[in-house]
Design a protein around this ligand. Structure first.
Ligand SMILES: [Zn+2]
Length: 182
């Protein structure tokens, strides 16, 4: 079984858009800019033998503020620039009781089954409490980016930068591999 790193998209892979409303997702490919350090972080993880996945909630699809083809264009750019194995999207409104909006675990479960993942030795990287809560439910290790969106839910590690997150996961993964060989 393989181990993976599940990334939240907005605020970790791409920057939020500038404007009056904080933490707003980009709605056009022109507004889609990668966060500094994400490319080298993902490269480190791939070289360590981890799979890299993206799970993202885009309620603008259901609300009509986000065009699906525009989202596909953003993700084409993202996948061209970063070593991502797969991207799963929840397109539903926050009020929709769907199984895939985080902290519910539908997107993670789908990837677990499709790629036969070892969830106990997989990681979740995000700036939001919903991902930390999902990681806790799934038994994954949460390695969070410091943010006002983290709330008070349980999380395993909270770090200040993507660089520090890369170092932490590489270290933990190397030690897991050693323990599994022993
Ligand atoms: Zn959903």
């Amino acid at each position: 079984m393989k181990s993976a790193v599940f990334f939240e998209r907005d605020g970790v892979i791409n920057a939020y858009t500038q404007g009056t409303e904080p933490h707003r997702s980009p709605e056009s490919v022109e507004a889609f800019t990668l966060c500094k350090g994400i490319a080298s972080l993902m490269k480190t993880l791939k070289e360590a033998g981890l799979l890299v996945f993206v799970t993202t909630h885009q309620p603008g699809l259901a609300q009509g503020s986000l065009d699906r083809r525009e989202l596909e264009r953003m993700h084409l750019v993202m996948k061209a620039k970063l070593p991502i194995d797969d991207v799963l999207i929840c397109p539903h409104e926050p009020s929709d009781p769907c199984p895939c909006a985080k902290p519910r675990t539908g997107l993670f479960k789908e990837l677990e089954h499709q790629y036969r993942l070892d969830m106990d030795h997989s990681f979740v990287v995000s700036d939001k409490w919903q991902d930390a809560a999902a990681a806790h439910t799934l038994g994954c290790i949460s390695v969070m980016l410091q943010s006002p969106l983290l709330g008070k839910v349980q999380r395993d590690y909270t770090l200040e930068s993507l660089e520090a997150i890369g170092e932490k996961i590489a270290y933990l993964h190397a030690n897991q591999s050693e323990l599994m060989l022993a």
